[in-house]
Design a protein around this ligand. Sequence first.
Ligand SMILES: [Cu+2]
Length: 460
Amino acid sequence: MRDSSGTVPRLQANFQEPLGGMLVCCPYILKAGHSNLTDYASLRLDYSTQHTDGVSGALIVYPTKRAPAGFPTWDYDLLVQSSDLYHKFSTVLLAQYLSHWGIDGTPGDEPVPDSGTLNGLGQWAGGGDYFNFTVEPNKTYRIRLVNTGSFASIRFSIDNHPLTVIEADGTLVEPYVVSSVRIDVAQRYSVLVQTNSSQADGVFWIRSQLLTRMFKYKLPGQNTDIRGVMRYSNAPNIAALPIASDDPGPGVHKLGDMDTSLLVPAVKDIPPTQTRQYIITATLQNTNENHFLAFLNKISWEPLTDTSTYMHVRNAGLDNSTYAPTGSSLQPGDQLMITEDSIQVVDLIINNLDDGDHPFHLHGHRPYVMGRGVGRYFGQALNEVNPLRRDTVLVPMYSWTILRFVTDNPGLWAFHCHNAWHMASGMLLQINSLPSKTAQLDVPQAIIDHCDALKQGRRT
Ligand SMILES: [Cu+2]
């Protein structure tokens, strides 16, 4: 679960989302609910690039549904938050990114991180600390991985230990043994690790390597080689660091990195038939005013100030009017809306026309990833049999992806790129599901009072 309710789709709780200008007038409110789905979370404040400066955390929501018979079991749980790290405040970097000349003289070049962290600890300029896991030998550990960063995709691996992927964004998958897992921003995976290495010293690097494909300029002193330590409890020296410097691999000959197209849900889940289609085109480009901004269907989103689309939908409902018509529409203040006031099965056909990759994230739902491919979508076959359901999908440069979801969760749900710089420059639209029902939600008075107070210029 990202954004406090992103991937634990929870009905009737839309107003608990802390997204500025959409659900709340200013995002102070964080509250997590329980779920009957397997999931865990990182809590963040989604106000501009705030989480880049460290406003994030993780929590695990345990399922009430049992895993299918025969699914692997494990002895212990561990959690790893991997992240890129910026030494300057995000407000400073964002201003440079959005300036006419860009951060490095080329408008559109995203700020690159100085370093990274693994559970809050990282290394830079020859110094730093290593997060340490002390593990018992001959056990199975489930490690829950979260990329809580802003920009960089991360390659996660443990020296001399293969990883068995069993879960992606809350969906259990058939066990898949790999040498490393690539985690794009906001994605989550679970891997099983067997602590059965016969290596005598029993101390191994955990690697959380920042992938640099999207980095467009060199930053002096940048460290992308972020590490932690996994130490067997019977290791002879309780303080020694691992000896290996270069990655020795997983200790299994010719084991490959994870390929997301090979992730198969452990419980078959046939998607319903599509009833609506929306084509979403993602671009980043210079405007006539020489601002390099991000666009979905030529609209660059900006948060409303001192009000929210949620309040507009609510107030329209109370007046027996409507805020936005059914279908795709543009509402005042660059608010691109997809509105469905009945339960529909929606296909979002995403065409990425940009030379960058975009980790797209849908709130309030766990969509089916129906298909992906290079170029634009022009009717290629989809996986109608057993597609993976996940809420954060990387749409690589010049490629298409189709996400299918059901509009059965009343509220305003963000669909956006989770790259902090792209989101802050406008790559977001809103799914306005069942507005007639949204208007009837029992909103805490504190939220309404807060919006009213902001309108009157008072900060509460
Ligand atoms: Cu993006």
